[in-house]
Design a protein around this ligand. Structure first.
Ligand SMILES: [Cu+2]
Length: 197
């Protein structure tokens, strides 16, 4: 069978496009450090967060250079985040644990690569580090109901010495959590959930 020269060229171009698209997807998933919320990590009972670190969400020091924040995303606010900002230290490893007691939400720190899905019953964990004091917006990017468009908050990065170290926390049980998936800077990956309590 005779294939015209132009047809061969188009076949080659199509092949390059297909391979290129697949390569870009593979890079986006593997190279850029994107992960999925797996089902092998920590789970919580979404109908009752009592007795977990999410009963009294917020941030606390978990080590000399490690800060941990628990956030509850619910219809239609972030706790903390909406009524009071989430405050984290600059130049410090910060690990977030986020869960939802109701429906699927998103946790997107605007202007960074922090973008996580929050699933009821699952704990989404991600680790990052902020280079300098700055205020970021947080938005929910998964449609979660009638008030979705107003579901937003603030993340304030302050110099590390402005966050008291001796603050006692009700989340003491989670201070053993270690950051195992830090990727540095704000290019944090969403890692599989991990046991925190
Ligand atoms: Cu939402």
């Amino acid at each position: 069978m005779e294939i015209h020269r132009l047809e061969k060229i188009w076949l080659a171009v199509s092949l390059v496009l297909i391979v290129g698209l697949i390569a870009s997807i593979v890079y986006g998933v593997a190279g850029a450090g994107v992960g999925t919320v797996g089902d092998t990590g920590q789970t919580v009972d979404p109908s009752s967060l009592d007795g977990t670190a999410f009963a009294d969400p917020g941030g606390h020091w978990a080590g000399e250079d490690h800060y941990v924040v628990h956030v509850v995303a619910r219809q239609f606010l972030f706790q903390p985040g909406t009524q009071e900002p989430i405050t984290v230290p600059a130049n410090t490893t910060v690990t977030f644990y986020v869960t939802s007691p109701d429906v699927v939400h998103g946790f997107d720190v605007v202007g960074t690569q922090l973008n996580a899905m929050v699933i009821p019953g699952q704990v989404t964990k991600f680790t990052t580090e902020f280079d300098e004091p700055k205020t970021y917006g947080i938005v929910c990017h998964e449609y979660c109901g009638a008030g979705h468009q107003s579901m937003a908050g603030q993340l304030v990065v302050v110099p590390a010495d402005e966050l008291p170290r001796n603050a006692t926390s009700a989340n003491a049980t989670s201070t053993n959590a270690t950051a195992t998936n830090g990727t540095g800077n704000t290019s944090a990956a969403v890692a599989a959930p991990e046991v925190v309590a």
